[in-house]
Design a protein around this ligand. Structure first.
Ligand code: ZN
Length: 674
């Protein structure tokens, strides 16, 4: 529930005349392959930070890079072996590197790096090599055996294990599979469970949970569930001395350095995190989160740990991620104004009064500049984050929500003049508004979604919050999006001074409808359904409003010269529809109405019109764009004098494979099999 993924990567395209598209692309786009482009981002303000904060950022950055191997292993138990074989070949293969097969090999490795494993980072489907098993075997054969790390030997045995994992399409086909009626653990390729069935895992955690505990820990969050030699189910805890210890020890080392230059509550926060990593005790994790969420004053902030559970089909186990950032004080004025008015927004929402929060508390929101992305935030990254995830901590202590503006800025810059809007947005007045207000509307949408949307509303007495099951996250994202969409058009935002023009919201409405009904389908392969929660949510909202406003022609599909366009005719009525749907989805959540929730998602959020889909793919294909983006990090270099750090310098990197190889060399601490 706590991250926002960039829909804006698809929809933002402001066409500024002063910069030629090709120059813009060369400056921001460092690599392109398959359905992916890799961008760079800038870190404005870093050079101006005082030395102690630069050092803090530097140490936390190191800690954020040290967990990369953990994520690879969590995603699939063969990922580290496969990555290391591919890298050894990539570095030391002496043969011809100009053939189409070699290019296919290189592309595959770039995809493995990007996805932190052999499954697509977004669809979670396994991607297939576009070269043969025989070619792969010949590459390994020709590469000096000393190029392969010690623990990959003997190579013939290893090749016998990994070749089918890579080439057999039926083996480990999907990283996360939540299909109803199957054993979701058996159906998923991730490495969170070993030799345990779904029923066993559910029984294990049901027995552990105490329903009367008002402050339950996040059961199962930081361990692999496996069977021991006697066949008993045990947790292999991710801590110093436990599973993933070699990487966690390095993380703890750098956190210790960071603690040495941090002060006050922030120092206490980092120390609590270290204690949690040492003990694996989830109560220590909660203590850390409570300190972290209350630390709203520190200029530098970070996320480091096992955080989000999207990768576990059962939702217990968290993938490792790292992010270091500092506040953008100027832009944060915007989110402060919004969070200061949180109660006003809650009181005036179209939601039924009995499902509104009487007292909204602990909402803190800021705009941040990312300094480094690590683990599950790298190379693909969220643009907004809201943490912590534990419900009782959110209720008692509130949550912190961020919009990552240097990342959204990089997205917008890279999309300049790429022809996307010209192709898909019919009316010049819409394109004009998007050019003027698209970026600010996208950022405000993220602010409202993260800081108010997810935090709004309350459950009816006796409702636990997990009744919506596999439809829960789609409906939760829809609720937060609708809250944002509804209020983007509110005169209150102009009054608060966060939006420059009462018409600006129309830019967001037009792109949201176009994206939800049409252009986001560029991410879906022909014949497939929409599966990812954020995408389902956007489709649900757009299709429902289209259907509901049909008699009044609020939104229409227009066909010109054989091309389909989505056109909003009546923006005010569309706002009314957003409000109506928000009210209904809040009711569904508050009452735990599974049946109604399922009907909404299945009717509007899943099935794709094959004809429109084919048309969109064809038009998008001609633009030669990639639907997914990720980032290379800058590099930070301490400047030493007499054994002391006297400055930290930032360097921008524009070589994606070089950065990946550098990380695999300098930040790789785990054995190939864990
Ligand atoms: Zn969200």
């Amino acid at each position: 529930m706590s991250i926002s993924i960039a829909a804006s990567a698809l929809v933002t395209s402001a066409c500024h005349e002063e910069q030629e598209p090709k120059e813009a692309q060369a400056r921001w786009i460092v690599d392109r392959f398959d359905d992916i482009k890799v961008l760079r981002y800038e870190v404005p303000g870093f050079a101006e930070l005082p030395l102690d904060q630069k050092m803090l950022v530097y140490y936390l950055n190191q800690a954020a890079l040290c967990g990369r191997d953990i994520l690879f292993d969590q995603n699939n138990k063969y990922n580290l072996s496969i990555r290391r074989v591919l890298e050894a070949v990539y570095t030391d293969y002496p043969g011809d590197r100009t053939t189409p097969e070699w290019q296919a090999f290189e592309k595959y490795l770039k995809k493995v790096w990007f996805a932190n494993g052999i499954h697509h980072h977004y669809s979670t489907d396994k991607f297939m090599p576009e070269f043969s098993r025989e070619y792969f075997a010949s590459l390994v054969e020709a590469t000096p055996s000393t190029a392969f790390p010690q623990d990959l030997h003997p190579l013939p045995e290893l090749m016998a294990a990994i070749t089918p994992v890579m080439f057999d399409s039926t083996l480990y086909a999907k990283r996360v599979n939540q299909q109803e009626g199957i054993d979701m653990i058996a159906g998923s390729a991730s490495n969170y469970y070993d030799g345990v069935t779904q029923a066993e895992a559910e029984a294990f955690y049901a027995a552990m949970a105490d329903p009367a505990d008002p402050e339950p820990v996040s059961y199962g969050l930081n361990s692999q569930l496996a069977k021991d030699a006697q066949g008993r189910i045990v947790e292999r805890v991710w801590r110093v001395g436990g599973m993933y210890s070699p990487a966690i020890e390095k993380i703890v080392y750098w956190l210790g350095k960071a603690s040495g230059v941090a002060e006050g509550r922030q120092k206490e926060t980092i120390d609590a995190l270290i204690s949690y990593y040492r003990t694996g005790d989830l109560r220590e994790y909660d203590r850390y989160n409570i300190l972290w969420v209350q630390d709203t004053l520190s200029h530098v902030d970070f996320i480091n740990g096992f955080t989000e559970t999207y990768g576990d089909p059962l939702g217990y186990k968290a993938s490792w991620e790292g992010l270091v950032n500092f506040r953008d004080d100027e832009a944060t004025k915007r989110t402060e104004v919004i969070s200061d008015s949180a109660q006003w927004f809650e009181d005036h929402s179209p939601v039924d009064d009995k499902y509104k929060k009487e007292e909204v508390k602990g909402v803190s929101a800021k705009v941040i500049t990312a300094a480094i992305l690590g683990g599950d935030c790298y190379p693909a990254t969220p643009i907004g984050i809201n943490l912590p995830n534990a419900d009782w901590i959110r209720k008692e202590y509130g949550s912190k929500s961020v919009t990552i503006q240097n990342i959204t800025h990089a997205y917008a810059e890279a999309a300049r003049g790429n022809g996307f809007m010209e192709e898909f947005m019919l009316r010049p007045e819409d394109r004009d508004r998007i050019e003027r207000f698209g970026t600010i509307c996208d950022d405000l949408h993220t602010d409202l979604h993260e800081c108010l949307g997810h935090g709004s509303g309350q459950l009816a007495p006796g409702v636990r919050g997990d009744e919506l099951k596999n439809y829960g996250s789609t409906l939760e994202e829809a609720r937060a999006d609708l809250f944002a969409l509804y209020y983007l058009a509110d005169p209150k935002l102009v009054e608060l001074g966060v939006i420059p023009d009462p018409e600006a919201y129309k830019a967001e409405y037009a792109t949201y409808m176009m994206n939800g009904m049409m252009t986001q389908l560029t991410r879906i392969q022909p014949g497939k359904d929409v599966e990812e929660a954020h995408m389902r949510n956007r489709k649900l909202i757009a299709e429902w409003c289209y259907e509901r406003g049909r008699t009044d022609s609020v939104v229409v599909r227009e066909v010109r010269d054989g091309k389909t366009y989505i056109v909003v005719n009546d923006f005010e009525k569309l706002r009314g529809l957003f409000g109506e749907l928000l009210r209904e989805i809040q009711r569904i959540k508050s009452e735990g109405d599974f049946k109604a929730g399922k009907a909404l998602v299945e009717t509007y959020g899943v099935k794709v019109d094959p004809e429109l889909h084919a048309e969109v793919l064809e038009r998008y294909g001609r633009l030669n764009l990639e639907p997914y983006s990720g980032f290379v990090n800058p590099r930070y270099r301490p400047v030493m004098e007499n054994g002391q750090i006297i400055d930290v310098q930032i360097e921008y990197v524009d070589d994606y494979p070089a950065q990946m190889l550098e990380y695999s060399k300098n930040y790789s601490f785990l054995p190939s099999r864990n």
